[in-house]
Design a protein around this ligand. Structure first.
Ligand code: PLP
Length: 394
């Protein structure tokens, strides 16, 4: 047999999957590893999908999506961006992941460099690798509340840099960028003539402050990525979108022809109902995540394990660097010794080595018990800051 693709073989395996595979073989595991909403899709959205399916919305659709969802998304973002967005500027995709992958394929040549956050969502690395482009990480440091340092990003820009990816609110850190930071990032992209790919999939999940869409500050170079997965608890429906100029949307349509043809027709009908319909469920879920964020804060902040309080998304980075144990081993030991499944920080990049990510998309009681187990582990392993260790006996 001829060999398989070396590129495919070289793609990193997700540290999250490894933990999940181990956790499945054990009992009494508190799972704080999953990055998806713990709620069901609101009933009116499911009803709309069923109605659409019965009415025959079961066929292929245009590559860039059905007019209904494109129009609904365009109307929503016209309000958010403070300028008219047309349906021709909307690419509807099989989840935000497909939007990002299609955009990368549409803008970058082999060998081009794309700047991505560290820590950041691991899929950026694999989709950039698949496009034979090079992922270059810029640091988001805990000492800065995981906010970007513009000078540090600029230092990594080379003549091959094609795009800058930002993720606001952030997975895994929960940081929400202030307006000034977003403006500075947009200005940096403009100064070096880069595309700014702004992944705003957690845009509706903000607990503190406000979410500032980057496209509000530059209609030309910002490509906004979002979708229904997180806001509406619709991860399995697979609908996301990119908002960019009509030429790039059309080019991505050609790429979609090779990847997925089009997103699912029924799911597009469901997503349209989500975007156009009542938004109460979005707010209810946001409030629940905020309550859980507060719960985690109450437990982990006093013992020094939560140096940065998440202001959005549904994750928290737990700082176990005091233990001097690598993240992958931390995850394995937490599972073996405390039966709690967490994502290793190193799966998001080098900066989060020695940390673990917990997900707030977990029932309150489980989340509280999971935190207690992590504190017990941290104390046993010498990861609690000295001054707080005594207070942490649980
Ligand atoms: C930062 C980030 N971007 C994009 C996605 C993908 O979302 P979708 O389900 O729409 O593909 C995720 C999912 O975890 C994410 O965390």
């Amino acid at each position: 047999m001829k060999p398989r693709s070396a590129l495919a073989e070289s793609l990193p395996r997700s540290g999250i999957r490894e933990v999940m595979d181990l956790a499945r073989q054990m009992d009494d595991v508190i799972v704080l590893v999953v990055g998806e909403p713990s709620f069901n899709t609101p009933a009116h959205i499911i009803d709309a999908a069923a109605k659409a399916a019965h009415a025959g919305t079961t066929k292929y659709t245009p590559n860039s999506g059905l007019p209904g969802i494109k129009t609904a998304v365009a109307e929503r973002y016209s309000k958010k961006f403070g300028r008219p967005v047309t349906p021709a500027e909307v690419l509807v995709t099989a989840g935000a992941v497909n939007a990002l992958a299609a955009i990368v394929a549409a803008i970058a040549e082999e060998g081009d460099e794309i700047l991505i956050p560290d820590p950041g969502w691991p899929n950026y690395v694999s989709m950039i690798g698949l496009a034979r482009t090079v992922a270059v990480r810029f640091p988001l440091r805990p000492e800065r509340g995981y906010l970007p340092d513009i000078a540090e990003i600029e230092a990594q820009i080379t003549p091959r840099t094609k795009a800058l990816v930002i993720n606001n609110p952030s997975n895994p850190t929960g940081a929400v960028f202030p307006e000034e930071t977003v403006r500075e990032l947009v200005a940096l992209a403009a100064k070096h003539d880069l595309w700014l790919i702004s992944d705003e999939i957690y845009e509706d999940l903000v607990f503190e402050g406000e979410h500032f869409p980057a496209a509000r500050f530059d209609a030309e170079r910002v490509i906004t990525i979002s979708g229904v997965s997180k806001s509406y608890a619709m991860t399995g429906w697979r609908i996301g979108w990119a908002i960019t100029n009509p030429e790039l949307v059309a080019l991505c349509g050609k790429i979609q022809e090779a990847l997925v043809s089009c997103p699912s027709s029924v799911s597009q009908a469901a997503a349209e109902a989500a975007v156009r319909g009542p938004q109460d469920a979005v707010e209810e879920m946001r409030v629940a995540y905020q309550r859980r964020r507060d719960l985690v804060r109450e437990l982990l902040e006093p013992v020094g394990l939560l140096p940065t309080i998440p202001a959005g998304a549904f994750y928290a980075m737990v700082d176990l660097r005091g233990a001097g144990i690598a993240s992958r081993d931390l995850s394995r030991l937490l599972l073996e010794e405390e039966h709690v499944a967490v994502a290793p920080g190193s799966t998001f990049g080098d900066v989060a080595e020695g940390m673990v990510r917990i997900s707030l998309a977990t029932a309150d009681d489980d989340l509280a018990e999971g935190c207690r187990r992590i504190i017990r582990f941290a104390e046993r392993r010498g990861a609690l800051p000295v001054a707080t260790a005594a207070a942490a006996r649980v």
